[in-house]
Design a protein around this ligand. Structure first.
Ligand code: HAM
Length: 426
């Protein structure tokens, strides 16, 4: 192909354009609203941080750090990385600004883009959007349940129901090292290829996540963390399940769950949607009780989740649902003349002030073109105004679904439009 002078977005990086972007915004804002109901305060953090923060926080041996980071040197040669996830940056900010010295838990919520150099496919992007929450500083199973319930309520609030919550416990500092050894011993006895063997040495848990049938078969009888939990980790997990039962949040325990980030301890979970194909994880999270100390802060615990907004949009689509509340435009103004236009511009402002989504035909289009634009806008009503009607104090109110039009007093237009819209909704 010959090179053209036009540009395209980087591979695997979506543009969000109307009308579909309305779905994206509705999903993102709906998820954030659910977190706010539980007292999570908004944070807006840098999209790039020192590379070492992610290497240390997320873990050198993870795919995210070893293969997927967008890393660059600044003009001074310092290494920075576009954030691949949100938790490490939130912890950095909490420590830096001493938020952990105030009342606990610190409850924070964020929404925005994250960057992973993955092979692009449906539901897997190089710039992805997440809504996340983090609750830091209190190690209470009820808080685990709250975080999980927020994600569950967030999805359901959007109308989604074809998903399941899988969870497990990854143990704590007393039982995890012993289990790790046990698993390693088991794995290193298997006839693994060299790469997998190396993985078993560096990060044995990850081998349990190997999708190849032969490896799956070999590891079918591998020891599982959930059978080797310390008493306190087991008690914690049982209490989380008890709270979820009481809350009526359905779940399945999946003891073979492996998350792609190294900081997890104890409760760990994923929301899975079957309508998405290979990229079925619509959200995930868990406890990370060692992360703050690892990043140079106090030894405080934490728990949170990240929900993939892009995948949640796809999941809604797969269920044939929409989170968008009403059309982009409800009323479309059609001015026929200069005096009429000036009056309609003012009326549009009044309608918007009343919370009614209003647009109008600009650029001196004739009646036909303007009515076509009105139809295209998705509006339910059109307001048709000629210069003569302005003088008469009248305006045409047209129902765009029935084609019916009637004259109404111009100075009652806002109230009558509001009534007509309310009537249509019944
Ligand atoms: P994560 O599981 O790596 O967790 O990502 C959370 C969600 O982001 C996934 O469930 C998925 O929906 C979405 N996601 C991840 N990668 C992509 C991609 N390439 N394209 C589209 N969507 C994607 C975390 O990031 C943790 N920081 C969550 C957390 C917060 N854990 C504790 N607190």
């Amino acid at each position: 192909m010959t090179k053209t002078s036009s540009f395209s977005a980087p591979r695997g990086v979506p543009d969000y354009l109307p009308p579909e972007s309305a779905e994206f915004v509705a999903v993102r804002d709906g998820l954030v609203a659910t977190a706010r109901l539980a007292g999570y305060g908004h944070v807006e953090l840098p999209v790039f941080e020192e590379t070492a923060l992610f290497a240390r926080g997320v873990g050198e041996s993870t795919d995210v750090v070893s293969k997927e980071m967008w890393t660059f040197a600044d003009r001074n040669g310092e290494s920075f990385t576009l954030r691949p996830e949100g938790t490490a940056g939130v912890m950095r900010a909490v420590i830096e600004h001493n938020l952990d010295r105030g009342s606990l838990p610190v409850k924070l919520c964020y929404a925005g883009p994250f960057f992973r150099y993955e092979r692009p496919q449906k539901g897997r992007y190089r710039q992805l959007q997440q809504v996340g929450v983090e609750a830091i500083g209190i190690d209470d199973p009820a808080l685990d349940a709250e975080v999980i319930a927020i994600a569950d309520a967030g999805f359901r609030g959007l109308g989604l129901d074809g998903f399941r919550l899988e969870l497990t416990s990854l143990g704590d500092e007393t039982c995890r090292p012993q289990y790790r050894e046990l698993l390693q011993e088991f794995l290193l006895k298997l006839p693994l290829d060299e790469d997998t063997r190396r993985r078993a040495q560096i990060n044995p848990l990850r081998v349990l996540d190997d999708k190849r049938p032969e490896v799956k078969e070999m590891t079918a009888d591998a020891p599982l963390m959930i059978d080797h939990l310390s008493e306190s980790a087991k008690a914690h997990f049982d209490q989380v399940l008890g709270h979820l039962d009481a809350l009526g949040v359905p779940y399945v325990v999946n003891p073979r769950m492996v998350r792609g980030l190294d900081y997890y301890t104890k409760t760990t979970f994923e929301f899975v949607h079957d309508g998405l194909g290979a990229q079925s994880g619509i959200g995930g999270g868990g406890r990370y009780d060692g992360l703050m100390a690892e990043l140079g802060g106090q030894p405080l615990s934490g728990i949170g989740f990240g929900i993939g907004v892009d995948r949640t949009v796809l999941a809604l689509e797969a269920e044939g649902k929409t989170a968008v509340d009403g059309p982009r435009i409800q009323v479309y103004g059609v001015p026929l003349g200069d005096v009429a236009k000036q009056r309609l511009v003012v009326l549009a402002g009044e309608l918007r002030k009343a919370g009614i989504r209003t647009d109008l035909a600009y650029g001196g289009r004739g009646m036909k073109g303007a009515m076509k634009a009105a139809d295209k806008s998705g509006a339910r009503l059109a307001l048709v105004l000629g210069d003569r009607e302005v003088a008469e104090g009248q305006i045409g109110l047209k129902d765009l679904s029935t084609g019916e039009q009637r004259q109404i007093p111009l100075d009652e237009a806002v109230a009558q439009v509001a009534d007509a819209l309310a009537g249509q909704q019944d």
